[in-house]
Structure formats: C-alpha cells, structure tokens
Design a protein around this ligand. Structure first.
Ligand code: ADP
Length: 268
C-alpha cells in the first residue's frame, strides 16, 4: 500500500502521474491518491471576482483565507473539477478510481479552528469566519472497504469538522495522516519542484536526503507552502511511516522515480 499526494501547483502533469498509478495498480500495488488544487482555485477565484487572500501566521505558515463563499469555490474546484478529472484520467487508463472528499463518510475529520491569528501589515489580527482546521482522524474502515473491493481512492480536501462542517485542510498534512493511519511504509509527495531546495528556486541545490532529526533544520530552507510539506513529512515519520519522498510531478515516471529515490528522501 502506497500513499501518493500530488499537489495543485502550476506545471504539474497529472497525465504522467496517472500513467504511473495505472502501472502500479496493474502490478498489484494498492494506491491511495490524495490531491490538491491550489493553482486552479486561484485562477477560478479571480475569474469569479473573489481573488484569493492568503493568511500568514506569526511562525510564517501560510493558508488560504476560507470564508463560506471561498469554501464554495474551493469545493467546486477541489472536489468538483480536479477530483473528477483525475478520476477520469485513471478510468481511461483502466483503473477503477473512486473520488471522495474528506467530508464523505467523515473520511478526514478534525476540529475547526475557532479563530486564526494572522499577521496583516505587521499587525496581528484575529480571523473568526475562517473554515479551516486540521485532520486528526482518518476513516480507515472506509478506505479498507474500497481498496479491498478493488477501487483506487482519489481523495481531496475539504475535510469534515467535528461538528460536520466542510473545512479547508492542508493536503500534505492530510496525506501524512492517511499514510500513518493505514500503516503505509512510504508517502510520496509530488509537486512542481524536484524536492526540497537548499536555495529555492535554484534546482541544483536539491537536498537528496534528510534524517528525521534534521527536519527542524530543513524547515529553515522551506518558504511559503513548502513549510507545510516539511511539517507533513515530520508528522508522517512520527506516525510510523518509514519514508517520505518529495519528488517532481512535471517529468515522466514521477512516482517510479520517487520510489527509486529521486528527489528528497526523508527517513528515520
Ligand atoms: P503543491 O500545491 O504542488 O502541493 P505547493 O505550492 O504547496 O505545492 O509547494 C511547493 C512550492 O513550494 C514550490 O512550487 C515552491 O514555489 C515553494 N518552495 C518554497 N521553498 C522551497 C524550497 N526550499 N524548495 C522547494 N520548493 C520551495
């Protein structure tokens, strides 16, 4: 069983990712795919006249400001367009994929944040109408049911709050929770970069190996959304996953390359 997270940033080639998933499934490997949709959500938000707003925490972590209207757009893109098109790609390749968002069957569950502290123009503000949270529980029974019956789950945010609301959660950390919960040995996180770069965006500065004990130091190289990936990797390894690989989803055989150790390999 392998968990693959494919991001939502510009440049990702979903056809190549689905080619590799089809090859794995045909060889008898069970795959759970988790995906994002950030770039497309930004594009559609602009088109709908509601440009994205990004909140930055005091620690430098960024997240999408998700009021109720933004959550509608978010669900339209992630659980609607992105999820359907990825499932379609897999179906065309003979993989019986099934699309689920985290609210379906409480697949991904966790508390909604009561408020979010963010820094705006150097001042700290408290945002209360934000529908975001963190996955703390995975419905592993539902995943086992689907995988056991030969389906390939394709999972996306939003998740389900404890009260049953749809909430925006980070996809990398959700994938880490899934990998830990099902006891996966490997978590592959694909994006539009070769891995963690010591000096972003210089791709010749790729960090090829990171030990668990070095992850805190590695966090200092990560900017913006990359920070959440490093955090997700830390949580996955702490949760028992043996290896997390950050790899490139712009080139052919992205998953096979990641399995072969091309990218940033994180282990205990
Ligand atoms: P996705 O949506 O594909 O999951 P993100 O956009 O969330 O990916 O995160 C990947 C992005 O992180 C890269 O496109 C890059 O702009 C940014 N980034 C910041 N710092 C680094 C770094 N040190 N190494 C690699 N990427 C970095």
């Amino acid at each position: 069983m392998i968990v693959v997270k494919v991001g939502g940033s510009a440049g990702i080639n979903y056809d190549l990712v689905c080619d590799d998933i089809a090859a794995l499934v045909k060889s008898g490997t069970q795959v759970i795919l988790v995906h994002g949709g950030s770039h497309e959500t930004n594009v559609i938000s602009e088109r709908l006249g509601k440009p994205p707003r990004i909140l930055t925490s005091a620690q430098g972590y960024t997240s999408r400001y998700t009021d109720s209207e933004t959550l509608d757009i978010f669900a339209m893109v992630y659980a609607g367009k992105m999820n359907t098109r990825i499932v379609e790609r897999l179906q065309k390749r003979g993989v019986n994929a099934i699309g689920l968002s985290g609210i379906d069957g409480r697949l991904l569950e966790g508390p909604r944040k009561a408020s979010v502290r963010a820094i705006v123009d150097g001042r700290q503000i408290l945002v209360r109408d934000d529908y975001t949270g963190k996955v703390e529980k995975v419905n592993t029974g539902l995943l086992a049911l689907l995988s056991g019956a030969g389906y390939t789950p394709v999972i996306t945010p939003p998740a389900c709050s404890t009260e049953g609301e749809a909430i925006n959660v980070d996809g990398d950390r959700a994938a880490a929770m899934i990998a830990s919960a099902i006891g996966a040995k490997q978590l592959i996180i694909l994006s539009n970069v070769p891995g963690l770069l010591r000096q972003f965006p210089d791709e010749s500065t790729l960090i090829t190996h990171i030990k668990y004990s070095e992850l805190e130091q590695a966090l200092s190289f990560a900017e913006g959304r990359m920070k959440k990936k490093v955090l997700g990797a830390t949580e996955a390894i702490a949760g028992g996953v043996e290896q997390v690989v950050f790899a490139d989803a712009r080139l052919p055989n992205p998953i096979a390359n990641a399995i072969a150790g091309k990218g940033t390999v994180i282990s205990r």
